[in-house]
Design a protein around this ligand. Structure first.
Ligand code: FE
Ligand code: FE
Ligand code: ZN
Length: 281
């Protein structure tokens, strides 16, 4: 079975988000741990979480994705921002631990002119400060498009971070089809080659989750503009190859396409149908 969902709001609570996911045919969803632009997080209600847990079990849910706020930048050139980001990370990890079967995903960071090497060092230092042996959550570094001073536009950079972290058995990778494509990994014409590259650099066993998006911008453009499934330069056929590929098809996929909930529902239906027919052929 295809494990697929989309980004949803948890403003009405986790259980409501779970119900919404089920209503659109999803068996996972992604949410922001806190306002993506701000910092404040809502208290977690244990009763709400119990209801979610029950719903997830009854509906065969795959792992959920908790996405960090965009304000978190572990490699900022400003110390107060780095400290604030470490605080957010520490608090997020405690919160995500209370949510059943949930990955924590974050963008490695922006080096803002300090250079990739310095950026990587700061991220590694921050992760070593925050991640403790007792942390339960699997933390996923998202592969980025390499826009501006973004760290993580190359798989090698994610590998450097993983290698630098002491408790790195808690670390994995979330690939994003839009980001891969715009970073220059040609998943349209050479998915096998891209997967071989990822395997050679970090190992495919590190890939735990996928953001499924089409792309408004071309291969290697180092731009980050998501498009709805089938409407972009990656196209439906290539995305179906991603979801049905033997090394990827059991992973959880979440859509981050420019859509409302009804739009997501249509994309999920379409992808489930394509998945079924592909595997029958
Ligand atoms: Fe992301
Ligand atoms: Fe993403
Ligand atoms: Zn993106």
């Amino acid at each position: 079975m295809l494990n697929i969902g989309c980004h949803l709001s948890i403003s009405k609570g986790f259980y409501q988000a779970g119900l919404e996911a089920v209503s659109i045919g999803a068996n996972t969803f992604q949410f922001f741990t806190r306002n993506p632009r701000g910092g404040k997080a809502k208290e977690i209600d244990p009763e709400d979480i119990n209801k979610l847990k029950d719903l997830m079990e009854k509906n065969n849910f795959a792992p959920l994705f908790a996405h960090a706020s965009y304000t978190m930048n572990l490699c900022s050139d400003k110390k107060h921002i780095r400290n604030f980001s470490k605080m957010l990370l520490e608090d997020d990890l405690k919160r995500v631990e209370q949510i059943p079967n949930c990955y924590y995903i974050f963008h490695p960071g922006l080096h803002v002119g300090q250079g990739t090497k310095k950026g990587l060092e700061l991220i590694i230092d921050a992760l070593n400060e925050v991640i403790k042996e007792e942390n339960q959550v699997t933390i996923l570094l998202e592969g980025m498009s390499g826009k501006g001073s973004e760290i993580g536009g190359k798989i090698e950079e994610l590998k450097t971070i993983i290698d630098g972290v002491q408790y790195n058995q808690k670390l994995g990778i979330c690939i994003d089809t839009c980001h891969m494509y715009s970073s220059g990994l040609d998943i349209v014409n050479d998915l096998e080659g891209v997967l071989e590259h990822i395997d050679k650099v970090v190992g495919l066993d590190k890939v735990k989750a996928v953001h499924l998006n089409d792309s408004k911008t071309p291969l290697g453009s180092n731009n980050d503009r998501h498009e709805t499934i089938g409407e972009g330069l990656i196209g439906l056929e290539a995305l179906v190859k991603v979801i049905t590929h033997p090394v990827l098809r059991n992973l959880p996929f979440n859509l981050e396409t420019p859509n409302d909930v009804q739009g997501y529902k249509k994309e999920i239906q379409l992808l489930r149908e394509k998945f079924k027919t592909y595997l029958q052929d």
